[in-house]
Design a protein around this ligand. Structure first.
Ligand code: GLN
Length: 524
């Protein structure tokens, strides 16, 4: 059976539980342990896919096509964990399951209660097999939230079921600094830990978010009030880049605390992958500028995975990447004069599409490296049809009625894995040899994640090919174009999928790596 680390938070929300969980997981991995991650969100929405991206940032898509919030992305990137719909569980989904079971008669007419029916359902999700040595489980929300109570009760029971030695409770709190008295205040932490204790949970380690490192006397005081050794009280100071967290934890011997708790042998960790990132961040390197032509810039984290993927590709290419946000609705070619590459990300709806089409045109005509993602591929196809093939009304049926729908809803493809009408999750793609895509991926069979409704219509392939736009990746049945590229251009490639969801800070992603490389070449 896997051992479990539960991460809870108190005092305020947004303390970075996901990053803390990933940081603990990374330390375990650095000692050769395998780690899986799960997230429990007490809110009542049944799944995060339908929540407003204006409140929650980007919609992250798992391999199995579950639309979830961006925290799952942290786990996949940081830990290389392979997460599925069973690893992102909301309160709404738990109640939905329980109430449906009740309707089916599964409870044989028994009185259905929070305990045991809801708590058992939560424990079922927690205990789902994982094939790893450890599972880090983040419990969303803040201790004291009404929705969260039953989740705390369930992890308390779970620890009792599987044995306290197999479960570690890590709690995040905040120690505010009072300028006037020059003091770091520990009382909110004490109260938060006490509140956790009211739910029957004794924290085994505290990560105290503070503006500076805790002093020994402050750790002693917190340890004394909170019922744990002072050495298990860690300072969670702000870092300018989340990949510095594992090194910050390592310096505070967090692995030793975890090892002590679970009775693991002491071991030195291999932290080279994080040291490499830290060195990169501090290095004086050339900077390439990527113009990102999008429309969700007011929403924090709307392009989270994309920003990450560009950052990862910078590490691989030893250059810093500066992202210039270009508002698609106000696009003018002037905005591109100082960029080394143009990226058009995914998007929905007609707003801003004209600017994105203009951006693709600019990149094509001026030999600027171009990478299109999902909608970014569709606009590249529309642009090419209009301005190279001369089909003035070429369009996507998403945006207008047209006699030449180069992008359309394809009703005849496999709908097995489609949530609603979106094509969601990982799909295989065959790459044609001798293409830029083949060089980039170095393999003929790839799998990438999708989230879109519309597709390029393959019927016009030969017209496009003859004019220089080729389909270099397609679905194995040959019906759906997945990658297009333009010949006789230094670098112009676009995918119907979202490669950013599979980018890793340790190796980047082939398409982004190649894009940044091309931008660097252009930069000179
Ligand atoms: N709106 C387009 C579609 O639905 C593109 C979606 C996207 O970029 N993710 O096909």
């Amino acid at each position: 059976m896997a051992k479990y680390i539960f991460i809870t938070g108190g005092v305020v929300s947004s303390l970075g539980k996901g990053v803390a969980a990933a940081g603990c997981g990374a330390l375990l991995q650095s000692r050769g342990y395998s780690v899986h991650a799960r997230k429990f969100d007490p809110y009542l929405n049944i799944d995060p896919g339908t929540m407003s991206p204006f409140q929650h940032g980007e919609v992250y898509v798992t391999r199995d096509g579950y639309e979830t919030d961006l925290d799952l992305g942290y786990y996949e990137r940081f830990l290389g964990a392979k997460l599925s719909r069973h690893d992102s569980v909301s309160g709404g989904r738990i109640y939905w399951d329980v109430l449906n079971a009740e309707r089916r008669g599964d409870y044989l007419g028994a009185t259905v209660q929070m305990i045991p029916h809801v708590s058992n359902k939560i424990k079922e999700y927690i205990a789902a097999p994982s094939d790893t040595d450890f599972v880090v489980c983040e419990i969303g929300g803040t201790v004291g939230d009404i929705e969260g109570k039953i989740f705390l009760e369930s992890i308390r029971q779970f620890a009792n079921d599987v044995g306290r030695k197999n479960v570690m409770f890590v709690h995040l709190t905040l120690a505010p600094y009072l300028e006037k008295s020059g003091e770091l205040k520990t009382k909110p932490t004490q109260m938060s830990v006490r509140q956790l204790l009211e739910n029957g949970i004794q924290a085994d380690m505290l990560v105290v978010r503070t503006p500076r490192m805790l002093m020994p006397d402050e750790r002693d005081k917190i340890g004394m009030f909170c019922n744990l050794p002072a050495k298990n009280v860690i300072s969670g100071i702000d870092v300018d880049n989340i990949y510095k967290i594992p090194l910050a934890y390592e310096a505070q011997h967090v692995f030793d605390i975890i090892a002590n708790h679970f009775g693991l042998p002491q071991a030195r960790g291999d932290m080279t992958r994080f040291e490499r990132i830290e060195n990169y961040l501090g290095a004086d390197l050339p900077t390439v500028t990527i113009g990102m032509v999008g429309k969700y810039f007011d929403v924090p984290d709307a392009y989270k995975s994309l920003n990450e993927a560009l950052f990862h590709a910078g590490i691989q290419n030893n250059v810093h990447v500066n992202i210039k946000k270009i508002d698609a609705e106000k696009f003018s070619p002037d905005a591109c004069h100082d960029v080394d590459g143009i990226l058009v990300p995914g998007g929905f709806g007609v707003r801003g599409v004209d600017g994105k089409i203009e951006a693709a045109k600019y990149a094509r005509e001026n030999n600027v490296p171009y990478m299109g993602i999902c909608l970014g591929m569709q606009v590249a196809v529309i642009e090419f049809a209009r301005n190279v093939l001369g089909i003035q009304d070429a369009n996507s049926t998403e945006f207008a009625k047209t006699c030449t729908p180069v992008i359309d809803i394809m009703h005849d493809h496999d709908t097995e894995n489609m949530g609603g009408t979106l094509r969601l999750g990982a799909y295989p793609c065959d790459i044609a040899s001798g293409t830029l895509a083949a060089t980039i991926y170095g393999t003929e069979k790839i799998s990438e994640r999708h989230r879109h409704r519309y597709e390029m219509d393959i019927k016009m392939e030969s017209a496009f090919r003859d004019a220089g736009l080729i389909i270099s990746g397609r679905s194995p049945d040959g019906k759906l174009p997945e990658i297009v590229e333009i010949k006789n251009h230094p670098f112009f490639i676009a995918g119907q999928f979202h490669p950013e969801f599979q980018s890793s800070p340790y190796s980047g992603h082939p398409m982004f790596n190649a894009f940044i490389n091309a931008a660097y070449k252009k930069h000179g």
